[in-house]
Design a protein around this ligand. Sequence first.
Ligand SMILES: [Zn+2]
Length: 335
Amino acid sequence: MTQFHPLDALRTAPGAKRPRRLRRTEALRDLVRETSLEPSDFVYPLFVVPGANVRLHVSSMPGVEQLSVDRVVGEARELAALGVRAVVLFGIPSAKDPHGLESYADDGIVQQAVVALKDESPELAVMTDVCLCEYTDHGHCGLLGADGDVLNDETLEVLARIAVSHGEAGADVVAPRGMIDGMVGAIRGALDGEGLQRVAILSYAVKYASAFYGPFRDAAECAPQFGDRRGYQMDPPNGREALDEAALDVAEGADMLMVKPALPYLDIVRALRDSFDVPVAAYHVSGEYAMLKAAAAAGYLDERAAVLEALTSIRRAGADIVITYHAKDAARWLQ
Ligand SMILES: [Zn+2]
């Protein structure tokens, strides 16, 4: 009796499946690739600061800078040349106060940047961050009650004012970030009431209370001065709750949904993709960026290969849109 050899099945069966056939050449691999990654899938975050000719490096995010409005305009031209056609703006105001007054000022920093971008690069899709944490001196995402808790319904009114002021400046998309209950409905109602029906809403529908936001808080200067954000952001172990949050936002009129962060929550990206028919965005956040940059700088990873693999995995999980600090580099590598 001859002994069974594992290769016998391949050797003896003429019709044996050999998946390697389609991996043999670059052309074949290109032909059967299931997921694409294009510069037009990316949204590049920009941090806008007051002043002129300002370019400040963010130490925890090598390659990311705070830019004045004139520099933001230059950045948009560079992005367009690379095929990146969307940005999301975060503002760092000249002064902070308990109510975040500059957030909805006509001449606020984001409003100025939107006007300048729409003037210089009308074809660019301009998204704006709608939140209070960069504008409040306490660094929380809403107005605070006497007990230090974020007041939900009082905050809605302010978020609606911010969104309207961004829409009036010319923003294409507003992106409420604070996980305040009812924020999408309040913003949609206010936009429509002001004749801003054209402005779309990308809701941070599913935003986890994540450890991966640390470097962003340096870039946006919005670390909470006391407490944390676990009272409004989602608890990381929860998955079903994400579908509940997303369903509420779709019902309130969200045009697009976001999951944040991306890589630790790819199962949630997939769940949203399978459950809703609106575009899904994933935010590859500052900590995810910083990890890859640090590992590459230490020589532990090939930056280009690792970044493109990470971004592709976000697309494969079901994200239509990837918000990433790697957008410029990735677009260059993809050209
Ligand atoms: Zn916030």
